[in-house]
Design a protein around this ligand. Structure first.
Ligand SMILES: Cc1ncc(COP(=O)(O)O)c(C=O)c1O
Length: 379
């Protein structure tokens, strides 16, 4: 099946008791057993829930994977991957990451004796200098949040495989519509399902998808033991959201392209980050591993003052000033004080996340209205 067909049909089937075409919301915490240990495959809802299972099957299919474990947030999914590690292990990751991922790595897991190397992953050769026998994981976000760095998944996965290291790709910004890291050799794909997969800004959820049965068993064990499971209502909402993933992404991409081109020549903008520009670093890699370039754009204002940046961020009428991304409505975000506030200023500025950078999540509205809103806010 192609992606649009999978988005609608994968993982779901008519309810066997009524024929309901939509997967029921099994809003239950437990399941009645005939006698101790004799049940219909469901014991307690932290471990298993049929609505969640339908969603996991759909997400696995969208990523061309065999197994999926869904979590109560993207951060909880990342947390589960780190629980595969032991004190003394080392992780190599990028120098531009979602702020919450950076916070989890540095503020929680460094304390448990895990060492993180935040390096420029845009050149996979940089990895070699940091590989030691203690390296157990390479964590690559691509495109990165918020400077849209493009990391060559296939090249990084090759290095990981050759050194017996796990490679995880955070595919949140691309969504499975644009990029399928498992096909390029990644061991695990991570999603903040909250974003494009949910698509309607009404759910917080995460997911891990893999083709490795043993890894799946370990991750499921962590889910069940640590308890960051998503609820059935949220699972239903995402099941509904992904039915239009391909339609929404088509519009996110076409709106994103027009807005990126508009911003590129705008007199108040110093720099526009969008992987579709031929001069964007690693554009050729983006062209190779992505089907289009998405609706995430960052812009650096020429006026460096924080007052002006805040004035622009608060002047929009259609773009809402909010954290998050990937929903149908357009959002604007100030990473330095919002999504990336947990990264020390010097660290984030090294990666280009300056105080006068604003990030856009371009929605699926009519693009002429979005451009008019940008024009008035920047004026
Ligand atoms: C790239 C990326 N990864 C992970 C996350 C964390 O996901 P969640 O907010 O669902 O916990 C986010 C959230 O913004 C993100 O942008």
């Amino acid at each position: 099946m192609k992606l649009g067909t999978k988005a609608i049909h994968a993982g779901v089937c008519p309810d066997p008791t009524t024929g309901a075409i939509m997967t029921p919301i099994y809003q239950t915490s437990t399941y009645v057993q005939e006698s101790p240990g004799v049940n219909k495959g469901y014991g307690y809802a932290r471990g298993k829930n049929p609505t969640r299972e339908a969603l996991q099957d759909a997400l696995a299919a969208l990523e061309n994977g065999n197994h999926c474990v869904a979590f109560s947030s993207g951060v909880a999914a990342t947390d589960a991957v780190l629980k595969l590690l032991s004190p003394g292990d080392e992780v190599i990751t990028g120098d531009d990451l979602y702020g919450g991922t950076y916070r989890l790595f540095t503020k929680i897991y460094e304390k448990f004796g895990i060492k993180f190397h935040f390096i420029d992953l845009t050149n996979p050769d940089n990895i070699k200098a940091y590989l030691t026998p203690k390296t157990k994981l390479i964590w690559a976000e691509t495109p990165t949040n918020p400077t849209m760095q493009i990391i060559d998944i296939e090249a990084v996965a090759k290095i990981a495989k050759a050194n017996n290291v796990l490679m995880v790709a955070d595919n949140t910004f691309a969504s499975p519509y644009l990029q399928n890291p498992l096909d390029l050799g990644a061991d695990i794909v991570m999603h903040s399902v909250t974003k494009y997969l949910g698509g309607h800004s009404d759910v917080v959820m995460g997911a891990l998808i893999t083709n490795n049965k043993e890894l799946h068993e370990q991750l499921y064990f962590i889910l069940n033991s640590s308890g960051a499971n998503p609820g059935p209502m949220d699972s239903f909402l995402v099941l509904r959201g992904i039915k239009t993933l391909h339609l929404r992404m088509e519009r996110h991409c076409s709106n994103g392209r027009k807005i990126a081109e508009y911003l590129k020549t705008h007199p108040k903008i110093e720099k526009t980050y969008w992987p579709g520009f031929p001069e964007h670093p690693n554009h050729d890699i983006a062209k190779k591993q992505m089907r289009d370039f998405g609706g995430m754009i960052s812009m650096v204002l020429k006026d460096k003052s924080i007052d002006n940046t805040f004035r622009v961020a608060s002047s929009f009428k259609l773009f809402s000033l909010a954290e998050s991304l990937g929903g149908v409505e357009s959002l604007i975000n100030h990473p330095a004080t919002m999504t990336h506030a947990s990264i020390p200023k010097a660290e984030r500025e090294k990666a280009g996340v300056v105080d006068n950078l604003l990030r856009l999540s371009v929605g699926v509205e009519d693009v002429e209205d979005l451009i008019a809103d940008l024009a008035q806010a920047l004026s």
